[in-house]
Ligand binder design. Structure first.
Ligand SMILES: Cc1ncc(COP(=O)(O)O)c(C=O)c1O
Length: 417
């Protein structure tokens, strides 16, 4: 896991003091390190493009902050979008439709029509979706998400590629589905699979690629030449201090080698979300309360699972440190918990911290992927701010919500007024 700079006991993110950011903007606040976003993007792009024509479609479900999307648009990224909301957000951020691929699941005809009318390529998830799109937008550019029968991920909840999954075309129906797509007159571009999110080893990706390659060749045998193989996302990142990064260069070399050797395809598409944004964002949360409950000590913060749901939802580990006592000797073990009225509301269990006190600032690492994008208004708590740092300068890129905004879409019937 990559750490942040320590200047005299204060954590620095992108050259800016985390304490100054917390004081200036308030907590909780997500802090995005622009240089790390760019570095992560270039790492993965360079690893693959050494070997093959490479298209990165950032999986924006990980984080749809508009400023962050601008950075990736500048880097040359494309987009993997899963909803009309994501498509329109990315268009708003300046991506042209040809750089966006839409991979929905169980989506309505209305959504398909809107996506097609915007000129965005559609990665079809089922035979039903294909038949419906044939009526809505005949001849549209498409690819197919297949179920490779290989799954991998940090939690069962995010494994998507196993046999019987709700995602994709089952293996035994893939070739006939491509034949049907040709008969329906679609502009068929590629093949796609996504095994799951947060995998830590190269092998499942290789197993998936073997399945895709076999299909590409069987599809070519019925006269359909594909332009690209899309290996989905899922490249994991280390969340624990001693954990090592997955070897992206090794992954790239192995996968591209297989494709070049065994198929005529010369373009690989990847959809990393977590890899690009995860370690580029820190959540800063203020300590409101410190409690010794006898059997446990608690550090009570202003961010809970409304702000970062991953620990409560997936039991995910996020490293935590005190940004204002950075690197100081640790005194005891604490649970870091939030302001939500549920005992499942926690950010970290049993962490040694340096004598936490009210007013301290807890930094929660690896908060960039599925952090803000999964936050909620539970307990009627407004969504928090986001700040972008670059070369020591911090800029607000999202205002905190106001409580009044929580009522904006609600209607009290006249008779109850
Ligand atoms: C189709 C698809 N592509 C890409 C991703 C991104 O995965 P990750 O953030 O692990 O790279 C996901 C995540 O759920 C996905 O469903």
């Amino acid at each position: 896991m990559r750490d942040f700079e320590n200047r005299g006991g204060t954590m620095y993110i992108g050259g800016a003091s985390a304490v100054d950011i917390a004081n200036e903007f308030g907590t909780p606040v997500y802090v995005i390190d622009e240089a790390r976003v760019r570095e992560n993007y270039r790492n993965v792009y360079n690893a693959f493009s050494r070997f093959m024509d490479t298209r990165i479609h950032y999986a924006c479900k990980a984080n749809t902050n508009l400023a962050l999307l601008r950075i990736l648009e500048q880097e040359g990224s494309g987009i993997d979008a899963v909803s009309i909301g994501e498509v329109r957000t990315c268009l708003r951020a300046g991506f042209t439709p040809d750089r966006i691929m839409y991979t929905g699941v169980n989506v309505s005809d209305r959504e398909l029509r809107e996506v097609a009318e915007l000129g965005v390529m559609i990665n079809l998830d089922s035979g039903s979706e294909m038949e419906r799109l044939a009526r809505i937008a005949p001849g549209h550019p498409v690819s197919f998400r297949i179920t490779p029968g290989v799954g991998s991920g940090h939690s069962d909840k995010v494994i998507t590629g196993s046999k019987g999954s709700k995602f994709g075309i089952p293996l035994d129906r893939v070739v006939e589905t491509y034949a049907r797509a040709r008969d329906l007159g679609f502009d068929i571009r590629g093949i796609h699979a996504h095994i799951g999110s947060g995998g830590q080893t190269v092998e499942p990706f290789m197993d998936m690629m073997e399945v895709l390659i076999d299909l590409v060749n069987r599809i070519r045998d019925i006269g359909i030449e594909l332009e690209f193989i899309d290996m989905g996302g899922g490249i994991g990142v280390p969340y624990r201090p001693q954990e090592q990064e997955m070897e992206v260069e090794e992954l790239a070399m192995n996968l591209t080698d297989m494709i070049m050797e065994e198929t005529d395809i010369r373009t690989i598409v990847l959809e990393p979300g977590r890899y690009i944004v995860c370690d580029a964002v820190v959540l800063l949360t203020g300590v409101n309360d410190v409690k010794d409950a006898g059997t446990k000590r608690y550090v009570g913060c202003d961010a809970g699972f409304n702000t970062l749901i991953r620990p409560a939802m997936y039991d995910s580990y996020h490293h935590v440190a005190l940004a204002n006592k950075f690197g100081k000797a640790c005194t005891a073990k604490y649970d870091v918990v939030g302001p939500i009225c549920e005992s499942g509301d926690y950010l970290a269990h049993d962490r040694v911290l340096p004598d936490p006190e009210e007013g301290d600032i807890v930094a929660v690492y690896n908060a960039g992927a599925y952090g803000f994008s999964m936050s909620s208004n539970y307990n009627s708590r407004p969504l928090c701010r986001e700040v972008l740092v670059n070369e020591g300068k911090a800029e607000l890129v999202r205002e905190a919500e106001e409580i009044e905004e929580l009522w904006r879409h609600q209607i009290i019937p006249e008779r109850l007024a």
